[in-house]
Design a binder for this molecule. Structure first.
Ligand code: AMP
Ligand code: GLY
Length: 426
């Protein structure tokens, strides 16, 4: 098979690494890819938001499967164009991807299909937000840009004043342009979070190991929300929670079928485990980052067989083989992350190959054989072992041998002291 992966981050590095192990693979392309990915795939300089350009490249190079990493190409209609030209695509169509690209749409979908989620209201004008807040009692709420904002459009607000300010930033100051012209204000929920990801083909779904990312910048779930400081898998949950999560996916599948969405790819439910059961915080139509870096090393099955089965609606007969190990992913981030970051810093310690530890590159560039930082999240160091504590130790031991000026990391990824509760400072 000739396969094209879209994206350039740590998630795509992990995807390319996994795909490159497949016995079915003939040639692996990645667009645009990165210097690290170019060591295992042919990187091609394509505009991944241009469906026509991707379809033309895929036809010309006889690509058998396109695997979409990030959400933006899905929202831009890449899957639709590939489908039209009969090229298999792992990732939902534009209409189906609205489950991620419009939080207002996702919320209406959840109400319609009785999927548990936080109570909410949708607003299309700032005046209405102001009037609403003036009438409601003082309490913490969450203000969210309805559109795609690269994971930065969610504001946890302690009170009405903060909520009004956040809505103003989105709707009047337009910090995320049109993505913030519609805003969802929702009930603030508490509890540990869980990332539940499944391959889904419109008829059935296959769960990947449950994982948890750590969104807050600092140890103890303090500091601002980030794109993710680390993750681990599998997360042990009770049989009851497993059943409840399964029931949520069944309801989503029912909705997808009823709405006649062409959904063949990953469905990611960001869940919060509240006292009254799991509730959906968000849907993503793609693999999580950094959850992918923790989850993929645990998969024993040939990943390409599963991706192809998803595009052919044959998941029902597939059984995923998963290693009985734990994996822990520690992200190394740049100085200033997640705000004003410093890049171009030399990275030491990447030369040595290490057993049972994988290093995925999110934001690096190579100059004359030397690695430098080029983004906020720089590296994901992933340790795997039969015990969670050993997987942690491996990841942290390797992380301690890597260095770049201003390097930041959390010391408590997957530790028993952190509940994965992402709003410890409220
Ligand atoms: P989202 O992109 O909607 O998943 O939000 C990003 C993060 O904000 C989540 O992972 C949670 O940590 C937090 N969050 C979102 N919605 C809520 C909520 N209703 N209550 C508490 N925290 C939330
Ligand atoms: N780790 C959260 C996400 O990928 O959206």
């Amino acid at each position: 098979m000739k396969v094209l992966v879209l994206g350039s981050g740590g998630r795509e590095h992990a995807l390319c690494e996994k795909i490159s192990r497949s016995p079915q693979l003939e040639t692996l392309f990645c667009a645009p890819g990165s210097d690290a990915i170019s060591l295992i795939a042919h990187c091609v300089d394509l505009n991944i938001l241009n469906p026509d350009e991707l379809a033309r490249f895929s036809k010309k190079n006889k690509i058998s499967l396109v695997v979409v990493g990030p959400e933006a190409p899905l929202a831009a209609g890449v899957a639709d164009e590939l489908k039209r030209r009969k090229i298999a695509c792992f990732g939902p169509t534009q209409r189906a991807a609205r489950l991620e690209s419009s939080k207002a749409f996702a919320k209406a979908f959840m109400v319609k299909y009785k999927i548990p989620t936080a109570d909410f209201k949708v607003f299309e004008s700032f005046d209405k937000v102001a009037r609403y807040l003036a009438q409601t009692p003082e309490r913490p709420v969450v203000v969210k840009a309805s559109g795609l904002a690269g994971g930065k459009g969610v504001f946890i607000c302690r009170n009405k004043k903060e909520a009004l300010l956040s809505a103003k930033k989105l709707m009047e100051d337009k910090i995320f342009k049109e993505a913030g012209s519609c805003v969802v204000i929702e009930e603030f929920l508490q509890g540990p979070e869980l990332s539940a990801m499944a391959l889904i083909d419109g008829e059935s779904f296959v769960f990947l190991p449950l994982s948890r990312d750590h969104k807050r910048l600092q140890d103890g779930d303090l500091g601002p929300n980030t794109g993710g400081m680390g993750a681990f898998a599998p997360v042990s949950v009770s049989a009851k929670i497993k059943r409840e999560v399964n029931a949520i996916f069944k309801k989503v599948l029912r909705g997808i079928r009823q709405e006649k969405m062409d959904y063949r790819g990953i469905l990611y439910c960001g869940l919060i485990l509240t006292e009254s059961g799991p509730k959906v915080l968000e849907f993503n139509c793609r693999l999580g980052d950094p959850e992918t870096q923790a989850v993929l090393p645990l998969i024993e099955s040939d990943i390409l067989s599963f991706f192809m089965a998803t595009t052919r609606k044959r998941l029902k007969v597939m059984r995923l083989k998963v290693r009985k190990d734990f994996s822990v992913c520690v992200n190394l981030v740049s100085q200033g992350y997640p705000e004003k970051i410093k890049i171009g810093r030399p990275i030491r310690g990447l030369e040595r190959k290490r057993q049972e530890v994988q290093i995925f590159h999110s934001g690096t560039a190579s100059q004359n054989g030397k690695w430098r930082t080029s983004g906020g999240r720089v590296l994901s160091v992933v340790g795997t072992a039969p015990k969670l504590s050993d997987a942690r130790r491996k990841a942290y031991r390797t992380a301690s041998r890597i260095f770049f000026p201003g390097m930041g990391l959390r010391r408590d990824i997957a530790s028993t002291n952190t509940k994965g509760d992402s709003h410890g400072s409220l």
